[in-house]
Design a protein around this ligand. Structure first.
Ligand code: SAM
Length: 261
């Protein structure tokens, strides 16, 4: 293969350890009937196995040099297509066949992982599952339980949109170049349309987590009229912090809030 130097600006740390490549692939469990969308295929470490499984593979790569190399490398496989572009601008409804749900797999560039997650929350009706590798801290944040200081806006949003399952840890030595950060793999199973899709919910959690050390009352009274009445009706103590609320409590609070200001 032509030698292409890793571009730090695009988060290029390529997975080279065969054991971890195998573990990611077996988590995806590709099968000839599947449509698989791979984000950031890079040099094709995962792509190679996805294509060999017989699944329909659509790879989205921002780096045009790598996209060309992948195109050449898999040009003989009719079940492979590379799209050169930015994953956060991809509209899955235009990429996959109607009435098809794809599996999404990615060893995500860390600099863009939050934006990619938010993008695919909106696109999840086209997905049956997502197997994603993130920086370990991102996984800790999205899997943080109520009460944990790691819990934030992204945790609550992701939890409303997906069932989240932590899979395994991947050490820096599994990549070239070796990154400074540690990585983890998660599986996300899309929940059907939920409050995650409503503006009222995203507004509520972004106000509630605006200042993490403040109480819910102090964060929310700038945005909602009669916030004490809503807390009383939802049976939630307004002196708590946002990180302590469960998904059910957010849902209850939202149902009692008027946004009159
Ligand atoms: N999947 C490969 C592997 O496991 O070895 C490469 C992973 S590397 C961490 C991330 C890849 O995502 C790089 O190939 C990079 O060029 C690509 N990338 C970066 N930003 C992207 C974006 N916005 N959309 C699509 N691909 C992107």
């Amino acid at each position: 293969m032509t030698k292409v130097y890793a571009k730090k600006s695009l988060g290029q740390n390529f997975l080279v350890d065969r054991n971890y490549i195998r573990r990611v692939i077996s988590s995806v469990s590709p099968d000839p009937g599947d449509t698989i969308v791979e984000i950031g295929p890079g040099r094709g470490a995962l792509t190679e196995h996805l294509v060999a499984s017989g699944a329909q593979v659509i790879a989205i790569e921002l780096d045009n040099e790598l996209a060309d190399i992948l195109d050449d490398r898999f040009s003989g496989s009719s079940n492979f297509k590379v799209v050169q572009g930015n994953a956060i601008e991809i509209d899955l409804s235009k990429l996959i066949s109607p009435n098809t749900k794809a599996k999404l797999v990615a060893n995500l560039p860390y600099y863009i992982s939050t934006a990619i997650l938010q993008h695919f929350i909106k696109q999840r009706e086209h997905l049956s599952e997502l197997v994603l590798m993130f920086q370990k801290e991102v996984v800790e944040r999205i899997t943080a339980e109520p009460g944990s200081s790691e819990r934030g806006y992204l945790t609550v949003l992701v939890g409303a949109a997906f069932e989240v399952e932590k899979l395994f840890y991947v050490p820096p030595a599994a990549f070239r170049p070796v990154p400074k950060v540690q990585s983890s793999v998660v599986r996300l199973l899309p929940k059907p349309f939920s409050i995650a899709d409503t503006k009222g919910f995203t507004d509520l959690i972004s106000f509630a987590f605006a200042h993490k050390r403040k109480t819910l009352t102090n964060n929310l009274r700038v945005a909602y009229k009669d916030i004490s009445r809503a807390f009383a009706a939802a049976n939630i103590d307004g002196q708590r912090r946002a990180e302590t609320l469960t998904h059910e409590e957010w849902t209850r609070l939202l149902s009692h809030l008027g946004r009159e200001m």
